[in-house]
Design a protein around this ligand. Sequence first.
Ligand code: UDP
Ligand code: MG
Length: 340
Amino acid sequence: MKYHKKTVDIVVPCYNEEDVLHMFYKETQKILDHIDGYHFNYLFIDDGSCDKTLSILRELSITYSHITYLSFSRNFGKEAGMYAGLKHTTADYIIIMDADLQHPPSLIPTMIQAIEEGYDCCAAMRLSRTGESKIRSAFSRIFYRISNQLTDVKMEQNAVDFRIMSRQMVDSILELSEVQRFSKGIFAWVGYHTKWIPYENVKRPAGKSKWSFWGLFKYAIDGITAFSIAPLRLVSTMGCIISLFAFIYIVITLIQTLIFGIDVPGYVTTLCAVLFLGGIMELSIGILGEYIGHIYMEAKDRPIYLIKETNLPKKCTSASKPAQKPTPRNEENYDTSTME
Ligand code: UDP
Ligand code: MG
């Protein structure tokens, strides 16, 4: 009987990573060469890079047959990249890792061992955040504290998007086809048995982080609103409490007026009440707006990404959203000149 090697697909989202791609492949391959019994394939996602990322991927895929790539028509973000990658994998196990070598390939053998032990997933978590700005670390801590309080899914604070998953877990993740994706939450939401392996934070060898503080802030708000309606409950509870106090205050004022007549004009009280309630109302509208924004984006049901070019065979490139309607739109424009 022919011995069937298990297959592992490595999904690597890349955005302007020309400086590190060769290094990434060399370093990762050094590790994979020592792992027997598995067949590894790479799937790079060029997330609309404006540097030489795509041409490097084209070259690599010509030189090495186990390298495939998808190239988006523009920058759709890392979340879209990861979703597209997962969607186009076919292997028994799937690894997601960054292209910048901040996710040490040396952890791959331990990850594979964990999944062979029976875990559905083995994910990496940073022991420290050295090399990261103090403000970013502080906000990240606050985000995880708030998020874990408000939502049912418990996210590991130092988790990174470096993990190996079973086919079954990936298929479950793909069932969550929301447009505004927050993978850390999705990974936690789908459940499954996850082993955590700690590692020391590594600095980027080249290139720079694509995250701005504002980008991370918006991502954090999306993360909370995507997994919890607790902020809405908070607003309605606040509304009830304020109404109760207002009612008591109205009764007291009425009684005072009836017994003692009109007292002082009450300038300060009025001003404080107007400002306080104004602030609370703005906040409430803002929170409502966040949820309406989510509904709006999801209702439009736009594709999560558009593929411009790929070296994957056409039968492997499926639509960027599951076809829920009988007449799906033409969601992907392939550059057929690069099809096999
Ligand atoms: N990335 C991407 N699309 C983006 C931003 C980033 O595919 O819009 C990729 C990037 O190329 C890298 C990974 O996501 O492989 C992590 O990005 P980065 O290193 O900028 O994030 P950080 O490590 O600072 O969290
Ligand atoms: Mg990085």
